[in-house]
Ligand binder design. Structure first.
Ligand SMILES: *Cc1c(COP(=O)(O)O)cnc(C)c1O
Length: 231
């Protein structure tokens, strides 16, 4: 057995436990394999183990891998997206997790329309208000939701956050709870014209706590592939 499949077994067992703590089934949780900096061979191994939702944080890298990996996988853009790069990926991604301005939403809407598409997006919230992070503040959320709901070629599907890096993942529980509350509030206030399906939160260090607090997409890189080698 190789490392990736061993790692995946551990992750699946952890997900099962965390899901049951929040009254859900493991099948309700989607593992998004974060493949940034990972070579094609190892990505193909992951795909062969049944992980078909893959996340990249850079447009350029996503495009390179998109061309080489010709299996049936869903690519997710999870990193900061510049408006001038939307056109390259709008027809290639399953979902954009990192929408954090009306300007970006309008550009996605425009390019989606040109391609006769409707694009699924999540709004990224900077839930701990860290200066180093992208995403909007929680108090800006209602207005951005309202504006996005007017765009015909975008489907708002939920929320995403990158929680602080902490030694003890329990310290992020408060942020995951806040995200869950925002998620539920949006659904309640816009019942008739929106389905909030996805709460994308939790990474290698804190995905179990995130699931306990309601995450249904967890974005895991290191936990699957081991530490990344940055150049
Ligand atoms: C890199 C990255 C992840 C995965 O982080 P790990 O700690 O390696 O699991 C998740 N989400 C985003 C937005 C990332 O950039």
């Amino acid at each position: 057995m190789n490392t990736i499949s061993e790692n995946l077994k551990v992750i699946n067992a952890n997900i099962k436990k965390a899901a049951s703590k929040s009254g859900r089934k493991p099948e309700d949780i989607t593992i998004l394999g974060v493949t940034k900096t990972i070579d094609i061979e190892r990505i193909k191994q992951l795909i062969s183990l049944g992980i078909i939702n893959l996340g990249e944080n850079k447009v350029q890298e996503l495009l390179q891998k998109y061309d080489v990996i010709n299996s049936d996988v869903n690519w997710h853009l999870i990193g900061h997206l510049q408006t001038n790069k939307v056109k390259y990926i709008v027809d290639k991604v399953k979902m954009i997790h990192s929408v954090d301005s009306i300007k970006l939403a309008e550009e996605i809407n425009k390019r989606a329309k040109q391609n006769n598409l409707t694009v699924d997006i999540l709004i990224e919230v900077n839930i701990a208000q860290e200066a180093s992070k992208h995403g909007i503040n929680a108090d800006e959320l209602p207005l951005l939701v309202e504006k996005i709901l007017k765009l015909d070629n975008i489907n708002l599907k939920g929320l995403m956050t990158v929680a602080p890096f902490v030694e003890n993942p329990q310290n992020n529980r408060i942020y995951f709870k806040k995200m869950r509350n925002l998620f539920v509030d949006i659904q309640e206030e816009n019942k008739d014209n929106i389905t909030m399906e996805f709460l994308s939160m939790g990474m290698t260090n804190d995905y179990e706590v995130a699931i306990e607090e309601g995450a249904n997409i967890v974005r895991i890189g290191t936990g699957i592939f081991g530490a990344r080698n940055y150049t």
